[in-house]
Design a protein around this ligand. Structure first.
Ligand code: SF4
Length: 252
């Protein structure tokens, strides 16, 4: 079963394609929890849930009110008709982790329909789940933002860093780039080593580093130290434009 948590038309706020008008589909469910990010959100029943900045798209138990089950690819395609969109607008598939649905027939049909209509599709993924490019060639037409999780996520190393998956995606996709979330406390030699050990699985793939932030204040606190880190390492700094503009508001 595919779950959709929200959709919205905005601009891409992060990574290589920042500023691009994009229709976002946020899917529910993830193979990780990333409690190390320590973002908290109060569930409708009053429970305070700790996780990443999209914990409402990860924790079905407490946020299921917002999770809509999808039974046909047309249900997803019809969402495009709810907006006044430019022709073949970019589509961003995010979550949660959208690739938990990578082998789902309805999901693949959705991708094929978008691709046939000329939409550029970008996945925002944690880069830990296998994509079968041979069985589903439509994935070769997609862009992958590989937001591989670092130790600050508190996920185990063998779960969050899958060299074979990174190599497979970077080698077969239309385009791919690394996108790391970093807070100022975690900028250490250990972090440098960790990023290098991930990037070595696809050395030609560009690296973007963006501040860990659930709101504008956290974004501002983490920005300058991260800019200095990027300058020292030769990585690209990525802002989180939507947080800088809209703070902690969702669906923008
Ligand atoms: S992998 Fe991404 S969506 Fe999943 S819990 Fe971690 S930060 Fe959240």
């Amino acid at each position: 079963m595919i779950y959709l948590v929200e959709h919205f038309y905005s601009i891409q706020g992060e990574g290589k394609y920042v500023g691009t008008p994009s229709l976002f589909f946020r899917f529910g469910g993830c193979n990780m929890k990333c409690e190390g990010f320590s973002c908290s959100e109060t569930a409708p029943d009053g429970t305070k849930i700790i996780g990443c900045d999209t914990v409402y798209a990860v924790n079905k138990e407490h946020f299921s009110q917002n999770w809509v089950s999808i039974n046909k690819a047309e249900e997803l395609m019809n969402i495009l008709n709810l907006y006044e969109l430019p022709n073949a607008v970019d589509i961003v598939l995010t979550g949660g982790e959208p690739l938990i649905y990578a082998n789902d027939a309805i999901f693949v049909e959705f991708l094929q329909k978008l691709n046939a209509r000329g939409h550029q599709i970008t996945f925002e993924t944690n880069g830990s789940l296998h994509v079968d490019f041979e069985k589903y060639p439509v994935y070769k037409e997609c862009i992958f933002a590989l937001s591989v999780k670092l130790a600050n996520s508190n996920e185990s190393l063998n779960k969050r860093v899958r060299g074979d998956v990174i190599y497979n995606i970077a080698s077969n996709a239309k385009d791919a780039f690394f996108k790391f979330s970093i807070d100022k406390e975690s900028i250490t030699m250990a972090l440098e080593d960790e990023i290098e050990s991930i990037v070595m699985h696809s050395p030609q793939t560009k690296v973007y580093c963006m501040p860990v932030a659930g709101n504008k204040k956290e974004l501002e606190e983490n920005t300058e130290p991260l800019v200095e880190f990027c300058k020292a390492k030769g990585y690209n700094f990525s802002d989180r434009l939507h947080i800088r503009i809209w703070d902690a508001n969702k669906g923008v």
